[in-house]
Design a binder for this molecule. Structure first.
Ligand code: GLN
Ligand code: ZN
Length: 772
């Protein structure tokens, strides 16, 4: 195809860039500052150097306007709270005393003051700090950070576009401050907030911004008419100011739906829309409103969340259909590049034949520039890039890694019977009771025990070659012995081996499955200074050999009580990895599930009677729009059942979930058909037990009675009280006693005392049960 001349002005742009630096310099500087080892000046200087390097990299690659203000010491939503003066009362003194220390106090809390709550940024693995607002909130404009970063970029001779969290999204992401009525709606503060945004926009224009970007990803979620009215009002109000820069309203992570006509009509100068597969509906919706006459369209055609190279020809075709629909079409990634690692070229350990399929932030930037050039100057000007891209895509499509015939044949042969236990719960529970002989209110844990310094040292010694594999395994076995003997002494009923061999519940399995890749430098920000390196689901998944059996059977050899096998479920494996974009998620999930099914079978054959398959991420990958929930939940529950349904009736399948409210997916939890589920419940005082009961959940459940996110040791009386609360919702025959989650982040003295309380509580409450 040849591009039309109307596209002559097409430019490449990005909304945000990874903040950390090649060597995670930002993490080191911020954590050094917290420890008092790095001065405030040195931290400021590190930040400035990183910003400059990133901008110059972007500009050097051919990006027209570099983003500013997207940089953050901790979180860009917290920065927005500072920008609008929404500092919680409890932090005001600290902020007044020292702005930087006050900022970190809001983020992390201090001895005496609690931090802001943290939660997931839409359906990504990034977490933001939730603004706390109330009827008494008084906003005030503080544009200092935004203006300073803009001036920094302009001083380097660059063209820059400040990026701000938009006012509607800001309010929709907020929650009532402590002490404010729970039904308070932050969106009612819009009229108070808009003048503050108007002031910041005026300040940015005065400082030299031609364009400012306002991010409104909350508008891709299901919104009420009132929300949409608020969006219309917000952009009418801001758009009709005379002292403003040009406004680009950006949406990403999904289609805009009903919000599209609202924004299309608003008196703003440009809209940014997601045009990746997930948001393909934006194309039709845009045509349906007659395009964006008089406005700029920024087209997010390169996926900003995955790590795969773009299909350039496909993107050019999409861009081609957009050309007539707006005054100008610019080319962008679908969202900020914050969600991908910095540079795939650093991955020297990955086979070059596979590395050519990868595009991190830096490679995506190059793709954007290539696409903009092809669009404005004709595709002949990018002939070489297109040829190389075609070859790379073909190499991926034809690779044995992505097409293992055995795996494909097996996945295709899955039948309804494979996702069904051989007996209904009513029958198999009887078999399990006989087989396991557990008391009422059985006690157990979620899997991990403390990851001690010794364990970390053992792993480091193994990596550095100071010990060999045999030496390492001796240390792991010693730890398992200790964990088992403690659990016996404490009087727990179903034991675990403690997971000492696992650094991470996804990575451990990823390293043992064919088709998974690990990166060395693929860090992405999870929150604050915490970065994770998600493994890459690159090819068809198979299991060359058992992954956990020897550790579980070793633990079982040390005790007469049942030891629970411990696996990470297929949905969580996908949620915490980079997933394939060349096949549906359902298919990837099915392959992972089949590998896990084999592991479950091997555990059972080796004498394991209780097997737990953790799915803590089941709730968090729920799609943003309700219309997409059923399809997701269908493949997610199918994958779980495929991994767990091959066992005998008397083998007990457990699952575990945490970090989220589960009320809205109780049906899906029920559909998993697990015999026992453990859930986080302590802080909500067993709310989830009441939700399960209200649903009529028919199987066994262990709502947590020990809050493992806190160093506090619960007393036996407290734990017993929670158990009695649980018993009001779930009958004793179906109630388990366990902590909220794994114990790996706690230390041994806390864990010992807490589990002793838990066992004591179970004994006390058992004695209170009526004898039949
Ligand atoms: N079995 C895991 C553990 O105990 C579960 C972790 C989780 O739910 N996040 O650590
Ligand atoms: Zn958990």
């Amino acid at each position: 195809m040849t591009a039309k001349p109307a596209a002559a002005a097409a430019r490449a742009t990005v909304y945000g860039y990874p903040r950390q630096g090649r060597h995670r310099e930002l993490k080191k500087a911020v954590e050094g500052y917290w420890k008092g080892k790095v001065t405030a000046d040195a931290l400021t200087e590190t930040a400035r150097t990183l910003r400059r390097a990133h901008w110059q990299q972007l500009a050097g690659a051919g990006i027209h306007e570099v983003p500013t203000g997207d940089f953050s010491y901790y979180d860009h939503v917290l920065d927005a709270s500072v920008m609008v003066g929404a500092v919680p009362d409890r932090h005001r003194a600290a902020v007044a005393a020292d702005a930087l220390d006050g900022y970190f106090a809001m983020a992390r809390g201090t001895q005496d003051v609690a931090p802001l709550e943290m939660t997931k940024w839409f359906d990504t693995n990034y977490h933001y700090l939730v603004p706390e607002l109330g009827p008494d909130t008084v906003f005030s404009a503080d544009s200092a950070k935004q203006v300073a970063e803009l001036k920094e970029a302009l001083a380097l001779g660059l063209t820059a576009r400040p990026v701000l969290v938009g006012p509607v999204t800001y309010l929709l992401l907020s929650k009532p401050a402590p002490g404010v009525a729970a039904d308070f709606e932050p969106l009612t503060l819009l009229d108070r907030l808009l003048p503050v945004y108007a002031q910041v926009l005026a300040d940015l224009r005065a400082a030299g911004a031609e364009w400012v970007q306002l991010d409104e990803p909350a508008l891709v979620q299901d919104r009420t008419p009132a929300d949409l009215n608020a969006a219309a009002r917000a952009y009418r109000e801001l758009g009709t100011r005379t002292d403003r820069p040009k406004l680009l309203v950006a949406s990403y992570f999904d289609r805009l739906g009903d919000a599209l006509p609202v924004l299309a009509k608003a008196p703003v100068d440009g809209l940014a829309l997601d045009f990746t597969d997930a948001a393909a509906a934006n194309l039709d919706a845009l045509a349906a409103v007659g395009g964006l006459p008089g406005k700029h369209l920024v087209a997010g055609v390169v996926n900003g969340r995955n790590i795969w190279i773009n299909d350039l020809e496909k993107s050019l075709a999409t861009l081609g259909t957009l050309l007539g629909l707006a005054d100008r079409v610019d080319v962008a990634a679908s969202c900020s590049l914050l969600h991908v690692p910095l540079d795939a070229a650093l991955e020297r350990d990955i086979d070059p034949q596979i590395a050519r399929w990868l595009a991190f932030a830096r490679q995506k930037t190059t793709e954007l520039v290539t696409l903009a050039r092809g669009l404005s100057q004709g595709t002949d000007t990018i002939a070489a890039e297109l040829a190389a891209n075609r070859a790379d895509l073909a190499s991926r499509a034809n690779s044995v890694l992505t097409h293992d015939p055995a795996v494909r044949a097996r996945a295709a042969a899955v039948t309804e019977a494979d996702v069904r236990r051989s007996q209904a719960y009513g029958q198999r529970t009887v078999a399990q009771r006989t087989h396991l002989g557990l008391p009422l209110l059985p006690t157990t844990t979620i899997g991990s025990f403390p990851q001690t310094d010794e364990l970390r040292a053992a792993r480091a010694d193994l990596r550095a070659g100071r010990i060999d594999t045999a030496g390492y395994e001796e240390r792991i076995k010693a730890e398992i012995q200790e964990v088992v003997s403690f659990q016996e002494q404490a009087g727990l009923d179903v034991l675990v081996h403690g997971e000492p061999e696992r650094n991470d519940m996804v990575q451990y399995f990823a390293e043992r499955l064919t088709g998974y890749l690990a990166t060395r430098h693929g860090w992405v920000q999870s929150y604050g200074t915490r970065y994770v390196r998600p493994p890459v689901l690159a090819g068809d998944i198979s299991r060359p050999e058992p992954m956990t059996v020897r550790w579980t059977t070793y633990a079982q050899s040390l005790t007469e009580r049942p030891v629970k096998g411990m696996l990470t479920g297929p949905v969580t494996m996908l949620a915490w990895s980079f997933v394939r974009d060349d096949q549906p998620l359902a298919q990837t999930a099915r392959q992972v599930a089949l590998a896990l099914r084999d592991e479950v079978a091997d555990l059972e054959a080796a004498g394991t009677s209780v097997i737990q398959v953790d799915e803590p991420a089941l709730r968090e990958t729920l799609p943003l729009r309700a219309a997409d929930h059923p399809a997701y939940l269908a493949w997610a529950t199918d994958a779980f059942r495929l991994s767990t349904s091959g066992v005998r009736p008397d083998t007990q399948i457990h699952t575990h979930m945490c970090y989220a409210e589960f009320g809205d997916i109780v049906q899906a939890i029920d559909d998993l058909d697990a015999d026992v589920i453990s859930l986080e419940a302590t802080r909500s005082h067993m709310q989830v037990a009441r939700e399960l009961a209200a649903h009529g959940y028919p199987r066994e459940a262990g709502p947590g009675v020990y809050d493992i996110h806190s160093p506090r040791v619960p007393s036996p009386a407290e734990a017993a009280d929670l158990l009695r609360t649980g018993l009001r919702a779930i009958p004793a025959e179906r109630l388990w006693v366990n902590p909220d989650c794994g114990l790996k982040t706690r230390d041994w003295p806390e864990v010992r005392a807490s589990l002793e309380s838990l066992v004591a509580a179970a004994r006390t409450v058992r004695a209170e049960l009526p004898t039949s």
